[in-house]
Design a protein around this ligand. Sequence first.
Ligand code: MG
Length: 375
Amino acid sequence: MVALAPYACHPEHSRGRRHAEAPPQRRNAYQRDRDRIVHCNAFRLLEYKTQVFINHEGDLFRTRLTHSIEVAQIARSLARNLGLHEDLIEAISLAHDLGHTPFGHAGQDALNACMRELAPDAGGFEHNLQSLRIVDELEERYAAFNGLNLCFETREGILKHCSRMHAHQLGEVGERFLHGWQPSLEAQIANLADEVAYNNHDIDDGLRSKLITIDQLREIAIFERHYQQVMQRHPKLTERKRLIAEIVRSMINAFVIDLSHTTQANLQSHAPQSVDELRQLPPMAAFSTEMRADADELKKFLLHNLYRHPQVLRMTVKAQRIVRELFQAFLDEPRLLTAEHRREDELEQARAIADYIAGMTDRYAIREHDQLFKM
Ligand code: MG
């Protein structure tokens, strides 16, 4: 590992864990966090959870698991470039989507609507908050505590956004949302690495699915630029899959280099001497203005042409119905649940059902729904 910058997080100066534990031997505290994440149940379930395309639509599409690994790869490259802690950024990246429901955002929206209808003041359901809930409370692997008992810095990185109401309830990880402080630079970079990963792999998956075309994408400035560059480098390249892979890798590279340069320049002009100093500054991790505009144009394209494509929406509608009907069935008849998911209190029962459904993989939810609704 290269030398850590003064504004990097340092495991020996960590704000620590919620439950006191002896420090690990021969690995640092952030490595231990990363290892705990990789070994937990929620991490393995990511393999069968939708990114954009439902798991059974094709074996080459990204899942939440491969997405998380791509985020970790991009984030680690950037961490090494900027003198940040690679183990911490890897831990944050691998854990950032643990709280995702089956069927991607469609599942989350349905579960959120169910919770809000039932208990308008209970804060609904939000996948990012759920990621923190999993590592803080829901994993059951250790004799002495619930959850994974991760370091403050990992937990702070997982919690990307949060309402004021939740911030008040979350103790020290909620604090920064009340004061307008920033998280560590590792957290800021992991967040943008997420964006680089999904924008680019959704283009790749979108083209693979044939729901969007190269000609359509060539209307987008950044895609057209990299298309031209690839054609210049390889004028005889006609094979579609290699052409797409070359353009996508060229774009990822450009995003990473821009992010690294711009962040470095921000750091130079503010010169923070510690993580605490960096937390009080505006966000240091950023794309250049031009790159931000390119990324936004790409996002908008994907929203209109891929995420809202009739064929994707068809699946979205089905997925939402499955989640809604499961939630209602369990709520109406808690005896359908095994004892571990049953609660006396009505609101606690609803939350336990939300936890249970959120933990389901796509195929598990479909199977459960079939069993409950098909004779
Ligand atoms: Mg993500």
